[in-house]
Ligand binder design. Sequence first.
Ligand code: F6R
Length: 590
Amino acid sequence: MCGIFGYVGSREDAGSLVIKGLKKLEYRGYDSWGVAVQTNAHIEVSKDVGRISGVDHEQFKHSSGLAIAHSRWATHGGVTKQNAHPHLSEDGKIAVVHNGIIENYLELKKMLQKKGHTFKSETDTEVIPHLIQDLKKDGMTLEDAVRAACQMFTGRYGILVLDTETHALVAARTGSPLIVGVGEGEYFIASDIPAFLEQTRIVNYLDDGEMVCLESNKAIFRSIETGKEIQKRKIEIAWKVEDTEKGEYEHYMLKEIMDQKESIIRAVHQDEEQIMTLAKAIKDCVGCILSACGTAGKACMAADYFFSIIAKRHVNFVPSSEFKIYHHFLLPESLIVVVSQSGETADVLEAMKTAKEAGSKVLAIVNVEGSSVARAADYTLLINAGPERAVASTKALTGQMAVLMLIAYAVAGKLNEGRMALLEAGAKINDMLNPRYIDHIKGIAEVLHHHKDMYIIGKSWNYPMALESAIKIQEVSYIHAQGFAAGELKHGPIALIEEGTPCIALMGNDEVTADMLSNIMELKARGATIIAVSPERHEIFDHWIKVPDAGPAQPIVNIIPIQILSYYLAVLKGKDPDMPRNLAKSVTVK
Ligand code: F6R
């Protein structure tokens, strides 16, 4: 959450460069935006509410080689121009952008107010430049003042500081991602790589508890705690600029749905030795807990079924935001498998911390190489879905499920069989995602988009997909949607069904098909309109979305038409599916 981008170097258009780069990070926050550019000995700040995408970057072509910019996802203080970042120090010489939360900001604000500082916003962020100015006045260098300020903060943050006196940028991180892009005689720093991917693919990751001072020709990394210099490894990023563009598609969400023609097959191409090592770790551990948030959590729930049915093994899913409570029974022999697209989700990182404190080993399944989760884990598997920019996760989910299913097969000693099943499912998805199919689902969205409520049912591994369907429909179309285990309906929720209520049923050709048909009959008897996602047609369906029969990969296949349906429900309701209200990609606050 919140996009941060800064530049220091020999170019003279730093202002427009950071605005252009920030547009690539808009998915991280889109309440308001702001930029600070150093011109001569002054800082020029422009900010406003609304999205950065509409801002003309040309107007920031000041002749300057130093600038920082920010797109906000509000935590402290409403969405106003005053609250938008950057925030300035009392003397206007220091500008700061920030991602995260400074928990003790009220205490610090009171202390600074007593010293005569005045505040213009309701944010926690504004204390940062004031505090740095206050510390600098005692003769500290910018770097020392930032370090001392960080030692006074509690909470999780990524901050970027621009100072007119030193002509440098200083950044520090505890919990929120910051990555340095290394150019020739210039440095970039951002909360995510796409901001500077056009300029450089060489990066240094800032780790928790670290800070960096960037001038055009040098970058010095230090520990916030000790001030000792840290040597950093340069890493080359494999992503290409085209991977981060939406190309011929109107929205990233649709592009990423269509990417699943290939991304599932990429996820399956894992190093055999590594998969076998992980399968052994799962077999040898005393208790395996899967943990993740939101959509990634639904991949873990599906994995409960994969492990049970394919590997005859019990694993347990715990949402990362609830994980801490489980520390009572974690052991050094426990294995925690965390799953995250971004690898930056605060709740997931917190769950990993809890696991590490108990001495347990952590396996991470992530999409973003070099992310905080990937670097903190004992073992990491990449799903290789490519960059996911739409806020609603689509291709990452199916990649996560593919990798988890592959591991379940490996635990069962049937890795090859699993690989073949997934490759076959990948090929079937490729065939399925044709224009006629998409149009058919769009037609169903046209029928449904005026409804206020929708219910989705599934059984076995389609149950987590019913929950995931509800997330997708809610978050992009704002239609109230709820997912249920099909058999649970008659225990309460069936009271909600009225004449014409849309009910989506996710089905396979499996041992629970007959039960699903009975549950659908119960709904139909109360007047529900049945939209079935199923390999076979049955006469009780009002609308049928045909899916290939994919065996254990059925949940991977079944969720894709619902992603398409959600997309068109949003578009038909005039909503932007890429940037739903109140949300942002990569939830870096708890
Ligand atoms: C919903 C969605 C979220 C994320 C969740 C975890 O479409 O994208 O529910 O799945 O915030 O994010 P990651 O996977 O980045 O940890």
